[in-house]
Design a protein around this ligand. Structure first.
Ligand code: PLP
Length: 414
């Protein structure tokens, strides 16, 4: 590490930037996506059950993940809704999930008339704490829904055992975790179902779309029907919907882009891991910086990197983030401003049509500050480092110089 740079004045105080050059950039979409789109259009149908693209995407994703079924759909939220509904979750059931997650996770539960119960996170891995989850299990608990946040796996052995012992469904939210490894398994293949997002911010994008992975034939069949108006598309099947469902179909255009993106996934993961692993190792030992920790057997895929600041050593988190950003680093203060249960929808118990339903089915479940202290602390003192597959080794080296410079100098001031 070039010591001279760490002694230079901080950029926020008018000194030179630790990262004077912009981060590597590149094109996510190119001739491969265009070729797939052209072929899709030339089919003269964009309907998933008639064209070849959705079918091919399902087959390739299933082969890559080694699962029996991939059900495609229109978003990650849709995938989660399909999985929760197909797992048999009913109105009034409780589903335990992470206290920091995207609304999509909660929408899926609420749209089944079920109640999200938020479990606190491990303060270092930012994934659900199995002990906290176990304490929340009641007679009404029907499922556990771990979220592999940031591309880092949850402690799946513990959740798998807990789910088996208490006869609960286990549904994985893998929206942020393509190719995330856990003890030689891929996240998304460990529970009853794994749910993925192809929205524009994920490792790979089709603009918007999603998929549910499962090895359970029954669940897969229910998922197919739930995603397509309960219309059975099997040849010669009777068109006679028997159950409430959605239209969450993926169309051939999305599948075409997803197919091309899939070819790039290995390279994307490898590049993100090179940067992520390097960042993780390089942050170790810096004053006032608590690097992210990973559960045993984890192979993270770095959708982004989240570290925590010791404010007693470095001063207020927002000021640290400002100082890092001034050095030219791609960082921001935290991931989300507050724990998910503090969103207005939960605080006000705003359900269907302006009523409190389904929250009214669970008056004992409260959503209030202090519910999950670790999650709230993570929101308050974490710093997010953006990671992108186009970042170079020089980007990594300069990012670490920036962190070292800011951490050592702010620590020396306190
Ligand atoms: C953890 C998590 N779950 C679910 C979703 C929902 O995915 P989508 O935006 O495709 O509906 C997201 C998307 O940001 C997410 O990050």
């Amino acid at each position: 590490m070039p010591q001279a740079q760490t002694l230079e004045k901080l950029a926020i105080d008018g000194g030179p930037k630790a990262k004077p050059t912009p981060y590597g950039m590149g094109k996510r979409f190119g001739t491969e996506e265009l070729a797939q789109l052209k072929e899709a259009l030339e089919q003269q149908t964009l309907f998933y059950a008639k064209g070849s693209k959705t079918k091919a995407f399902r087959e390739r994703f299933a082969a890559r993940y080694g699962v029996k079924h991939v059900v495609t759909c229109s978003s990650g939220t849709a995938a989660l809704h399909i999985a929760v509904a197909s797992a048999g979750i009913k109105p009034g059931d409780e589903v335990i999930t992470a206290s920091i997650t995207d609304m999509g996770t909660c929408i899926a539960i609420l749209q089944c008339g079920a109640i999200p119960v938020f479990a606190d996170l491990d303060p270092h891995t930012y994934t659900m704490d199995p002990a906290a989850v176990e304490k929340l299990i009641t007679k009404k608990t029907a499922a556990i829904l771990p979220v592999h946040l940031t591309g880092a796996p949850c402690e799946m052995d513990a959740f798998k055992q807990l789910a088996a012992r208490r006869s609960l469904k286990l549904i994985e939210d893998c929206a942020q975790s393509y190719h995330t490894g856990y003890k030689r398994q891929l996240c998304g293949t460990i529970g009853d179902a794994g749910c993925f997002s192809l929205n524009d911010f994920k490792h790979i994008s089709a603009g918007d779309a999603g998929m549910v992975l499962t090895n359970d034939d029954e669940l897969a069949h229910r998922a197919e029907l739930f995603a397509d108006k309960c219309y059975d598309r099997a040849p010669n099947a009777e068109r006679n919907p028997f159950s409430l469902a959605m239209n969450y179909r993926m169309c051939e255009l999305h599948a075409a882009v997803a197919l091309a993106q899939l070819e790039k996934l290995d390279g994307i993961i490898a590049a993100r891991r090179r940067f992520g692993d390097g960042l993780h190792a390089g942050l170790e030992g810096l004053p006032g910086i608590h690097p992210q920790r990973f559960v045993e057997g984890a192979r993270p895929s770095y959708w982004f990197y989240l570290l925590r600041v010791d404010e007693k050593v470095l001063g207020p988190r927002d000021k640290v983030a400002e100082a890092l950003a001034a050095e030219g680093l791609r960082v921001s203060a935290g991931y989300v401003p507050y724990a998910t249960y503090l969103h207005k929808i939960f605080r006000n118990r705003s359900g269907f049509g302006g009523t409190e339903w389904p929250f009214s089915l669970a008056p004992h479940i409260r959503y209030e500050p202090g519910l999950c202290p670790n999650a709230e602390a993570i929101c308050a003192d974490s710093i997010q480092v953006g990671i992108n597959e186009f970042y170079t080794d020089e980007d990594l080296a300069q990012t670490l110089v920036g962190f070292r410079k800011v951490a050592t100098q702010l620590a020396a001031r306190s």
